[in-house]
Design a protein around this ligand. Structure first.
Ligand code: GLN
Ligand code: ZN
Length: 747
């Protein structure tokens, strides 16, 4: 058949998050294993049925009870010895690997490529072995429901090993061991009469050495002997390897034609092999905007010159895992925005419509076609998408990156105002988010005055505690913020919040990213009332807290009609206004958090500098108009900075606090001589409930002083305190202040 349709993968969570409920009820013992399996099977059936209704081919094997990388590890026998024997059907063992148990640490968790999904990092076993063909089991389950539409998805062996952090010769060695095991899996799947087997190899869009490519090619030359394999890539283009990929004896190639836009040109320039199918990722799997169907229709018609329609399968650019389930669950979005949105179910409808238009002509679907185009146009024409004042202001900045007075000249001006001791103590911003606070927030609409009073009381409480403990630079505690991005998104023009737009982050944990639908600007102050209220209660300096442009982008769905760099400038300008208002209200220290600065890095190193340039510029747009005597702080999480130190220095913040408590000073060795501004490498790990002792903290500070002069060093925890209890925070911060005083006396 011509122009068949499929997707690379589908969301697991479902409307109302039944996935989360089933998992958490099972973990807490409210649901027994039989009940849990029944709930999950129902959800699986629902996922399959929704897809089968619209698509010709349905991916099977992408669903997981926690994480598909963990499933693959289990399938291949990669069970660390500390968990004992865990087979694929032992739920206790499975969840122990995912979440830890009885003091046994879980597998390490980290970000999946450049997305906000997190996977569990496989630990390499002594010996690989096929424990159970889990994908085959899922295929049998699915075939009962959707028949021959079912087609399997495997996480490819090469990417799997890259995710386990192997490279070079090690990667080649383990890949050779895994190849016969994958051959067995493929052979068993091939007996099921399937259209093809999707092997996900997204790591191909990153940096790949010649040696690593050779290992990849050898593996797929072998696997192709046992079944019809489609190598599926996503999150970027494969142009450096395109011609080599075309020469492999695989059944087909899956390409991302959205984020990997350069793949279009590769096909046109080099052609496409006659013996393969092309799975063309034409609709966006990770952003929420309706596709431009007219444009896609024209482009795909053009592709027919290179690929016959019976070998062309229309698909998503990557798994739809990153999208919420459906726009129809949103009841409160402005029409000007919702008309432009497409979540997972709407993507399926787009593919169905597009395929039909290509097969039978647009006239055969005219009404639906016109409606889809008109709906998208309604968003394009919507009020707020283009705000002339915002455009003019951005244009007026010119191309340069604005600068403040030189750091060395700012320091004495700031010190004259702040008069801080050596080794100043501070925190990262948030204090515990108690159940009482969350309850008050939930009722804020009904009782706004009650809510405001609760927030004020909380601020007063937090200020009182910090004064009592002897912290030098105080914070208001961020009690008014549900989340550091969501809060600002709710208060800036251009952003909208969804009601049900949940996306899996890891395990049962879901996030609801806000949507940037129009030009971003500030209509009213964001943090001035809370910050100045806090300042009115104390003589100590209170630090204002804002979220930086990159983080505001990374944790949102960003409009796709403007480059991210342009949206970042708009956010930078909105923050600039806030900085000015905070200063005018007497706040002398302002922190702009950029915890997502590193995760914004592109997958290929060649693309890094361009990103870093605009990310730094956006930050400096926010800060450059601050008075030289105003001390600008920033905060980042994760310590692997060695390769971007120059960019972090270029932010030109006066003080940076960073998470380094777990990495024993490794960052600092790299910073020596390359970073001159002040820095607070967290002195203890807030992610653990352990309370640091005074001795441990003193030792840590002495270690830091081996690398940095005392004049450069700040003392703080390594991240915000919102997930901790007040008892933990009180004990830890008091110990921190005591230790700091001891160390000061020794200097
Ligand atoms: N200021 C924020 C807080 O303290 C920073 C959070 C973060 O780094 N992710 O919670
Ligand atoms: Zn942090």
């Amino acid at each position: 058949m011509n122009f068949q349709t499929t997707v690379v993968g589908y969301p697991r969570v479902g409307v109302g998050r039944p996935y989360k409920q089933a998992l958490e009820r099972f973990w807490s013992g409210k649901l027994d294993e039989t009940g849990f399996r029944a709930a999950i099977n129902e959800l699986r059936q629902d996922r399959l049925a929704i897809q089968a209704q619209r698509l010709d081919l349905v991916p099977v094997g992408d669903f997981s009870l926690y994480d598909h990388v963990l499933d693959t590890a289990l399938m291949l026998g990669a069970v660390p010895a500390r968990f004992g024997k865990v087979d694929a059907h032992n739920l206790q063992g499975y969840f122990a690997m995912a979440r830890g148990r009885d003091g046994l640490p879980a597998l390490e968790m980290t970000k999946w490529f450049d997305t906000n999904y997190h996977y569990l990092v496989p630990e390499i076993p002594e010996r690989w072995e096929l424990q159970a063909n889990l994908v085959l089991e899922q295929v049998r389950f699915a075939q009962n429901l959707v028949g021959t539409k079912a087609r399997p998805v495997l996480l490819g062996p090469w990417t799997f090993l890259r995710l386990a952090r192997l490279a070079g010769a090690e990667l080649t060695k383990h890949l050779q061991q895994l190849t016969p095991i994958y051959a067995q899996i493929v052979r068993e799947l091939n007996d099921c009469d399937l259209a093809f087997i999707q092997c996900d190899e997204p790591a191909l869009v990153g940096d790949v050495t010649e040696e690593e490519w050779q290992a990849f090619a050898a593996c797929y030359r072998e696997l192709s002997k046992y079944g019809k394999i489609v190598v599926q890539t996503y999150y970027g283009d494969v142009t450096p390897w395109y011609r080599e990929l075309c020469r492999l004896p695989i059944h087909g190639l899956g390409l991302d034609l959205v984020q990997g836009h350069a793949n279009w040109a590769a096909i046109q320039y080099h052609g496409f092999p006659q013996d393969k199918i092309l799975v063309a990722g034409v609709v966006n799997g990770r952003n929420v905007w309706r596709s431009d169907l007219a444009d896609l229709h024209a482009k795909i018609t053009g592709l027919s010159e290179f690929v016959a329609p019976d070998r062309l399968i229309l698909s998503s650019s990557c798994s739809l895992l990153h999208l919420p389930e459906t726009v129809t669950a949103e009841r409160h979005l402005p029409v000007a925005v919702s008309s432009g949105l497409a979540f997972a179910q709407e993507r399926l409808a787009e593919l169905e419509l597009l395929a039909q238009a290509l097969r039978e002509g647009i006239a055969s679907v005219q009404t639906r076609w016109d409606a889809a185009l008109a709906s998208r146009q309604q968003w394009l024409d919507g009020v707020g998408r283009i705000v002339p004042a915002v455009r003019e202001r951005s244009a007026g900045l010119g191309a340069e990156t604005p600068a403040r007075l030189a750091y060395a000249e700012r320091v004495p001006l700031q010190q004259a105002k702040l008069n801080l001791p050596l080794l100043p103590t501070t925190t990262i911003g948030s204090f515990p988010q108690t159940a009482a606070l969350r309850k008050a927030r939930a009722e804020a609409k009904r009782d706004p005055n009650g809510y405001a009073a609760t927030i004020q009381a909380e601020i007063a409480h937090v200020i009182g505690l910090q004064e009592q403990w002897g912290i030098d630079v105080l914070v208001h505690g961020e009690p008014e913020r549900n989340d550091m991005v969501q809060f600002f998104a709710e208060h800036l023009a251009g952003y909208v919040a969804t009601q049900e737009g949940w996306v899996q982050s890891y395990g049962s944990r879901c996030v609801r990213p806000p949507v940037i639908a129009g030009d971003v600007y500030r209509t009213a102050a964001l943090s001035v009332a809370e910050t100045t209220y806090a300042q009115s209660l104390t003589e100590c300096p209170v630090k204002g807290m804002l979220t930086g442009p990159v983080t505001m982008l990374q944790w949102s769905f960003v409009r796709d009609d403007l480059p991210r760099s342009v949206v970042a400038v708009q956010i930078g300008l909105a923050l600039r206004d806030e900085v000015a208002d905070l200063e005018a209200a007497g706040i002398n220290i302002i922190q702009i958090d950029e915890p997502a600065f590193r995760e914004g890095l592109p997958l290929r190193r060649n693309d890094w500098q361009n990103y870093l340039d605009w990310a730094v510029r956006a930050f400096r747009i926010a800060t450059s108009e601050a008075k030289p005597s105003t001390q600008i702080h920033t905060h980042m999480c994760y310590s692997d900075f060695n390769d971007i130190i120059a960019a972090i220095a270029a932010l030109d913040a006066d003080v940076i606090s960073i998470e380094d408590a777990r990495s024993a000073g490794s960052l600092l060795a790299d910073l020596e001589g390359r970073y001159t501004q002040q820095i607070g490498p967290g002195v203890y790990d807030i992610h653990s409930p352990n309370i640091p002792t005074v001795e441990q903290l003193v030792a840590r500070m002495q270690q830091l002083l081996n690398y940095l002069p005392a004049t450069q060093l700040w003392i703080n925890p390594d991240c915000g305190l919102k997930t901790r209890t007040y008892a933990e925070v009180a004990a830890a911060l008091q110990a921190m202040v005591t230790a700091t005083k001891q160390v000061r006396n020794q200097i």
